[in-house]
Design a protein around this ligand. Structure first.
Ligand SMILES: [Zn+2]
Length: 233
């Protein structure tokens, strides 16, 4: 059953990411010439001048999928991302507790009659944790990832989230990655996270949905290439 789900989701993500079989090297296509009907074999890495009919020389109309992005860095794998994730998880829990106790003990922010004050001082106050926690979780991941490409955990492990042009994902892409993407990865029996370990471009389902990649931050002494080395493969 898990195999079924993963194969279905794999095919879905395959379509949504616009990826092609060129993920695993050049692919070939049989193209019928629109002028003379001759069948030609065209490879995805053929330059435009080679994409012509063998018989009459007409330029052939052929389309291959989106090429694999050339990222400025090496893909970050499962374990380093799990480590960064654990650090983030602990930090969010700490922030949640700090915020909760601030609410609990602070009459400054919340006057004694306020709803907030009642909520934190009542017997139901622990339930407030279950409101604060996911809210802080989303804000933490969304803002750091969108604006910086890195949560604190990712900074510590020197990895970052980028779009297909090696740039910061931005708030919209980050929102897509962190909310619907992570929900799918989580509630799909966590397969979406384990996907990172086997994926060619180390993408979890949340990365497939948002078209993001996680790469290692590389430092170099050369300033010519923007302070990062390009070792994408
Ligand atoms: Zn032809």
């Amino acid at each position: 059953m898990l195999d079924d789900i993963s194969s279905i989701l794999a095919s879905l993500s395959h379509h949504s990411s616009g990826a092609s079989p060129s993920d695993s090297g050049p692919t070939r296509k049989n193209v019928r010439c629109q002028n003379c009907g001759q069948k030609n074999i065209i490879w995805s890495d053929d330059p435009p001048e080679k994409r012509v009919c063998d018989s009459c020389g007409t330029t052939l109309k052929v389309r291959f999928g989106t090429p694999v992005p050339k990222l400025h860095g090496e893909y970050a794998g499962f374990w380093i991302r799990l480590s960064a994730g654990l650090v983030d998880c602990i930090l969010v829990i700490v922030f949640t507790l700090v915020f909760f106790f601030l609410l609990l003990f602070s009459g400054i922010f919340f006057p004694s009659e306020s709803t907030w004050r009642l909520m934190v001082t009542s017997e139901q106050s622990p339930f407030l944790l279950f409101i604060i926690w996911p809210v802080l979780w989303v804000i933490y991941y969304w803002l750091w990832t969108g604006l910086k490409g890195q949560t604190l955990g990712k900074m510590l492990f020197r990895i970052k989230v980028v779009n297909s042009e090696s740039k910061k994902p931005g708030l919209i892409r980050a929102l897509l990655r962190e909310i619907p993407g992570k929900l799918l990865s989580t509630f799909g029996f966590l397969i979406g996270f384990f996907w990172i370990a086997s994926d060619r471009q180390k993408q979890g389902w949340h990365d497939k949905i948002a078209r993001t990649y996680v790469i290692k931050v590389m430092k170099t002494t050369s300033l010519l290439n923007g302070g990062e080395v390009s070792n994408a493969k």
